[in-house]
Design a protein around this ligand. Structure first.
Ligand code: FAD
Ligand code: NAI
Length: 471
């Protein structure tokens, strides 16, 4: 970076929030630089998160299907073997292709990419420790903090990413563990637990709450997916907390007890996955040099235009409020740039979908039943099982349902919850419906191609204001 030149925008962090903001800024004609220390772009999501986990989920699902679900389809296969090394290489190929792709997009959109660690020197200057050695400084009229998050550690269990692992170790194990204990039955625990369970581990998930999938997942849906995952071989201990762990010997000991106190138990495992949530990451950023604080959960405090209390410094993505999701980070990257270039940006936080990529997938958008009950909102439910959907039947993949929750008076859609094949793709329609303020009848009167899984979506909507035809 040339020290003299002041950029219109300097972004610290080249994850989804940062790289998307950088591209948008470049497209908008701003002079922009993005500082990333990892050596590759795309952040947690592309390097060690969304992308590698989905590669392993997809390929482990294929293996599981071939092992357990071919005979009844008239497909006879011979010896089936896992080659974990090749499965990991396939994952790495996907990751490399995508991170390089972002680098190409930087060039195409005139984004200066600075490989190094950035820290605030003053309110307009970032000092960069370059990865290749040496230092530089870069000045910005505007600065975005997009430094993301890291996994929350579990006290007493030191992560080594070999047998005491976070998701980063879980996407790179060199052999299939015999026994894996997963601390936390949230999205990471269930996705990575699924991968290793399918590859042959005996997986036990310990979850503090009374349901898996986190509090955003509709309770009815959570119960259903738990049954399905249990059928696939995963074990669950709900309402149970891990009190301590001892990884000093090869066989790791995990002490658990009932969440409300009482019954204790000792579990053993050869790998333990810590998946109790993620926390914002601002270490070494020099926030103290400019007097910026974080809240009690480590988040940078911002206003509706993503401004910190120093208005030309904004924060986006996992480092600030809201769900820690890549597509949320991406929306914020675009909106934050638009606040600079147009004084207007927009993200609808009520219409951000969530997807859990197990098999079947779970996807939802808007509010769930337990939230609406707590708020005293009067609602209606319309649901439709995939077992009554023609395409699911031809695919011999009929587990799950679509569930609409609508305002009892107006029929406006308040939430859509799906557990079933392809739920993650199907939720886009629910998100669009919510974004446009649609009623269930709007969806129910829209033609959906036959035979598709989406017909279950339409029929669940029909059930919310009237009756489904096929159930
Ligand atoms: P990050 O992606 O964490 O990027 C921040 C970047 O900033 C990092 O690359 C870091 O190296 C860099 N950085 C930090 N400090 C500095 C500094 N001082 N100087 C220079 N660079 C710095 N979300 C989904 O929507 N769908 C999924 O399927 C999904 N799967 C996931 C699976 C796993 C295993 C994990 C862990 C997460 C998953 N997520 C998923 C969440 C998603 O990865 C995050 O929400 C997303 O990456 C947030 O983007 P971000 O840009 O805010 O932060
Ligand atoms: P999470 O917050 O989803 O789940 C953590 C779970 O651990 C909670 O259910 C919590 O009750 C439980 N827990 C906490 N302490 C515990 C203890 N001592 N004993 C037992 N259980 C305990 O966090 P997770 O799964 O680590 O994921 C982090 C973030 O990454 C999430 O915010 C998620 O949005 C994102 N992510 C998104 C994915 C997706 O969109 N498909 C995939 C993976 C991650």
């Amino acid at each position: 970076a040339s020290e003299a030149e002041e950029k219109d925008l300097v972004i610290v962090g080249g994850g989804v929030a940062g790289y998307v903001a950088a591209i948008k800024a470049g497209q908008s004609g701003l002079k922009v630089a993005c500082i990333e220390k990892r050596g590759t772009l795309g952040g947690t999501c592309l390097n060690v998160g969304c992308i590698p986990s989905k590669s392993l989920l997809n390929n482990s699902h294929l293996l599981h299907t071939i092992q357990h679900d071919t005979k009844n389809r008239g497909i006879e296969v011979g010896d089936i073997k896992l080659n974990l090394d090749v499965m990991m290489k396939a994952k790495d190929t996907s990751v490399q292709g995508l991170t390089k792709g972002v680098e190409f997009l930087f060039k195409k959109n005139n984004v200066e990419y600075i490989k190094g660690t950035g820290a605030f020197k003053d309110e307009h200057t970032i000092a960069v420790n370059l990865n290749d050695g040496g230092e530089t400084e870069v000045k910005g009229k505007n600065i975005f903090i997009a430094t993301g998050s890291e996994s929350t550690p579990f006290p007493g269990l030191t992560i080594n990413e070999e047998n005491v692992i976070t998701s980063t170790g879980a996407i790179a194990l060199k052999k299939v563990p015999k026994k894996m204990v997963v601390i936390g039955g949230g999205i990471i625990g269930l996705e990575m637990g699924s991968v290793w369970s399918r590859l042959g581990s005996e997986v036990t998930v310990v979850e503090f709450l009374g349901q898996i999938g986190g509090p955003g997942m509709d309770q009815e849906i959570s119960k259903q997916i738990q049954k399905m995952l249990a059928k696939q071989g995963m074990k669950f201990k709900l309402n149970t907390k891990v009190t301590k762990g001892d990884a000093s010997a090869e066989s790791i000991k995990i002490n658990v007890e009932a969440a409300k106190g009482g019954k204790e138990e000792l579990l053993d495992a050869d790998v333990v996955l810590v998946a109790i949530g993620r926390r914002p990451y601002t270490a070494g950023l020099g926030l103290e040099n400019i007097g910026l604080d974080v809240d009690e959960r480590g988040r940078l405090v911002i206003d509706q235009e993503y401004r910190t209390k120093i208005p030309h410094i904004r924060a986006i993505g996992d480092v600030t409020f809201g769900p820690m999701l890549a597509h949320k980070a991406e929306e914020e990257g675009v909106a934050a740039v638009e606040f600079i270039t147009k004084n207007y940006g927009h993200v609808n936080y009520n219409a951000i979908p969530s997807v859990m990529y197990t098999h079947p997938e779970v996807a939802w958008v808007g509010q769930n039943e337990q939230e609406l009950k707590a708020q005293g909102v009067k609602y209606k439910i319309g649901s439709f099982p995939f077992s009554a959907n023609s395409r699911a039947k031809t695919n011999l993949d009929t587990e799950g349902m679509v569930k609409f929750i609508t305002d009892a008076e107006t029929d406006r859609i308040l939430g859509v919850h799906i557990v079933g094949p392809n739920a993650g793709e199907m939720i886009a329609e629910g998100t669009l419906a919510l974004e446009y303020g649609a009623s269930a009848e709007d969806v129910g009167r829209t033609s959906h191609a036959h035979p598709t899984l989406s017909e279950a979506f339409k029929e669940a909507a029909m059930a919310a204001y009237g009756k489904a035809i096929h159930y």
